[in-house]
Design a binder for this molecule. Structure first.
Ligand SMILES: [Zn+2]
Length: 62
C-alpha cells in the first residue's frame, strides 16, 4: 500500500527556505505562509523567480 505523506497541520516542525533563482537571496521561514510572503515580496521588488523549499526538521541542526 502506498503511503502518501501529505503535510499535516499537526507537526509544526517544518521549516521553509525561500531561495531566489535570480540572485543569491535566501531566507528561512517558519511556515508556508511566511515563506510565501517573503517570496512574493522579493519577487515583486526584483521580478526574480523565487522558490520555497521545505526543510525537514533533521536538517535544521546544522
Ligand atoms: Zn532575487
Amino acid at each position: 500500500m502506498l503511503t502518501n505523506r501529505e503535510p499535516t497541520e499537526t507537526d509544526g516542525l517544518k521549516q521553509f527556505l525561500v531561495q531566489c533563482e535570480g540572485c543569491s537571496f535566501e531566507h528561512a521561514a517558519d511556515d508556508r505562509d511566511e515563506a510565501m510572503a517573503i517570496g512574493t515580496d522579493h519577487q515583486r521588488e526584483t521580478r526574480h523567480e523565487v522558490v520555497a523549499l521545505e526543510v525537514p526538521p533533521a536538517l535544521r541542526r546544522a
